[in-house]
Design a protein around this ligand. Structure first.
Ligand code: NAD
Length: 258
């Protein structure tokens, strides 16, 4: 039976890409979703598509007051909250030598501090109610490999990994599981570079499973980590990348020993 029937999830960055697909899949499995995003037009459009199981709240995850409002929205609309997916990201893709202090700070504010603030608001609420819950933070394979030219992105995502693990060990006693999922290249509005056929081809060839990832590939992993099937899984990162991060030796000559 679905773990989502009658349950409610807040999804930050839920108006687009991976967050959008997670929202759609949770509703398809009988759950409710609060879509929290700075993109009001897209968020409202998705919420109305999801009907009575979807709600939108204008949310800037870097503001603690907004995060509390997202919890209040879940409670007032659906009577409570059980799951949180942190998917919001702000990009400042530049070589580090060119990156401004403002871009550095704002990107950390959204990607790392925002993950902390939203998770803390969620955990405080569940503790007050004495209820269990589960969080999935969307990290990246860029957390394990420095993504040159992406500005603070890799530092943000590496921070998300450790933050995930610390929240998991601190909140396990309250029945809150916290995991991360590290996607490889996924076709979303964030990765418009895939429209360039040359880039697309080369990224496809680099992946052992020979295709670019889709939001559904990530959503399947997120729903597993949130579900009862993962009831003994916490403090871990699930990499979903078609195998690309394990290909280092494919690029080194001299693999034959005979
Ligand atoms: N697409 C990929 O290839 C890929 C790979 C690895 C990791 N990821 C991660 O997956 C997550 C989702 O990415 P995506 O590809 O779906 O991107 P996306 O651009 O489609 O979605 C990101 C959403 O975050 C929202 N957002 C931006 N600032 C916000 C803020 N301050 N508060 C709340 N929402 C805010 C945007 O409005 C947007 O709707 C991100 O954390 C990203 O780093 C994506």
């Amino acid at each position: 039976m679905s773990s989502f029937i009658g349950k409610t999830a807040i999804i930050t960055g839920g108006a687009s890409g991976i967050g959008q697909r997670v929202a759609e899949d949770i509703v398809a499995q009988g759950g409710n979703v609060v879509i929290g995003d700075v993109n009001v037009a897209l968020g409202k459009k998705l919420a109305s598509k999801l009907g009575s199981h979807g709600s939108f709240v204008e949310l800037d995850v870097s503001r603690g007051a907004d995060c509390s409002l997202a919890i209040e929205t879940a409670v007032s609309t659906f009577g409570g909250v059980n799951f949180l997916v942190n998917s919001a990201i702000r990009m400042a893709a530049k070589p580090l030598i060119e990156l401004s202090e403002t871009d550095w700070r704002k990107t950390l504010d959204v990607g790392l501090t925002g993950t902390f603030l939203m998770s803390q608001a969620f955990a405080r609420h569940l503790n007050k109610k004495g209820s269990p819950g589960a969080i999935v933070n969307i990290s990246s394979i860029g957390a394990q490999h420095p993504y040159g030219g992406s500005g603070p992105y890799s530092a943000v995502k590496a921070g998300v990994t450790l933050l995930t693990e610390q929240m998991a060990i601190e909140w396990a006693e309250h029945g809150i599981r916290v995991n991360a999922l590290a996607p490889g290249t996924i076709e979303t509005p964030l990765t418009t570079y895939l429209k360039d056929p040359e880039v697309r081809e080369s990224r496809t060839r680099a992946v052992p499973l020979q295709r670019i990832g889709q939001p559904a590939d990530i959503s399947n992993g997120v729903l597993y980590l949130l579900s009862d099937s993962a009831s003994w899984v916490t403090a871990t990162t699930l990499t979903v990348d078609g195998g690309v991060t394990k290909t280092l030796f494919n690029y080194l000559k001299g693999r034959g020993w005979s």
